[in-house]
Design a protein around this ligand. Structure first.
Ligand code: ZN
Length: 315
């Protein structure tokens, strides 16, 4: 977001709070408990995690983008200060991941970037204010979601969202309307003032889709994660609730023939942050919760050294 726009948002936020205007949810799209997925414990997940699985993961870099480092990293962290990191523009990428399960089909984790956002922004599900907020002039779309889906040999069976921020739902308008959508518990209902500016675009991206299916919020009996869901009940794909970046942020663990793959979502955006143990910055809603979730993922990766860790926005 550019400085003038940020100042504008801040002024509107201050005025609205003074007037007593309410916070709102990121979307008013319907939400229901997911019929898919079985709540389990993290020890049950980890028992067979290093054994070869059957699901293939393809990570697609949908776009190159540039955002402020202070959003991606907590620059107040002593390690960031010691490294001399100051706020600046940081190159990142927008990813989506394709999970190919031989028995259950083709699933996306997040959605990449809508074709119209590049080719005809006025027709995009993302409105002008949101497009301005995203600084589209700093984004280069490599692969649009509509074209990618058209090249697949089979239809998409579902989308697993890491969270509902714009850069993760930006390709949703290209996903066929009958595809089932899944998100973390509490993600869609959490209220924030800034949602006032994005909920219409989120609603438009989801228009005509069935209700969002929420993963279970049942607590991990081992206490390592907030909650752990075995998505297909076959111990191949797991949803880990990792609140902090957003209320319902979710990481995914996939057992592939080459070993486990961890898709962190925006629990960790950057390579430097992951390697140095520094959590995301101002793009996150709750830094303390974010730190807890981040450390839980780091510990998981440390217990499984062969785990292939794929971060939210950098390789
Ligand atoms: Zn993101």
């Amino acid at each position: 977001m550019n400085d003038g726009l940020a100042a504008g948002f801040k002024a509107i936020a201050t005025a609205s709070l003074a007037l007593g205007l309410c916070n709102c949810a990121v979307t008013t799209h319907d939400v229901r408990p997911s019929a898919l997925g079985v709540p389990r414990s993290s020890s049950a997940m980890e028992a067979h995690l290093d054994e070869p699985g059957i699901v293939e993961v393809e990570t697609v870099a949908a776009a190159d983008w540039v955002v402020q480092l202070s959003g991606l990293l907590n620059l107040d962290d002593p390690k960031a200060k010691a490294a001399g990191l100051v706020d600046r523009e940081e190159p990142i990428q927008i990813y989506f991941h394709a999970l190919r399960h031989p028995k259950r089909g083709l699933y996306l984790v997040d959605t990449g970037v809508e074709k119209a956002l590049r080719d005809d922004p006025g027709r995009s599900a993302l409105g002008p204010l949101v497009r301005s907020y995203m600084s589209l002039s700093k984004m280069t779309v490599r692969v649009d979601t509509r074209s990618w889906i058209a090249e697949q040999k089979r239809p998409i069976d579902g989308v697993f969202f890491t969270h509902l921020h714009l850069d993760h739902i930006a390709g949703q308008a290209d996903v066929p309307r009958m595809v089932s959508l899944y998100t973390g518990a509490g993600e869609a209902s959490d209220t924030r003032f800034l949602n006032l500016f994005v909920f219409r675009s989120t609603n438009d991206a989801l228009e005509g889709c069935e209700p969002l299916n929420e993963w279970s919020a049942q607590k991990d009996p081992d206490g390592r994660f907030d909650s752990v869901t075995d998505i297909f009940g076959d111990e191949m794909v797991w949803a880990l609730r990792t609140p902090g970046h957003t209320a319902g942020s979710t990481a995914y663990v996939v057992r592939t023939p080459k070993g486990p793959v961890l898709l962190t979502g925006d629990a960790s955006h950057t390579r430097w942050g992951w390697d140095n143990g520094v959590v995301p910055g101002s793009f996150s809603t709750d830094i303390e919760a974010s730190k807890k979730s981040f450390l839980a993922l780091k510990d998981l990766a440390a217990r499984h050294p062969k785990m292939d860790v794929r971060l939210g926005h950098q390789r």
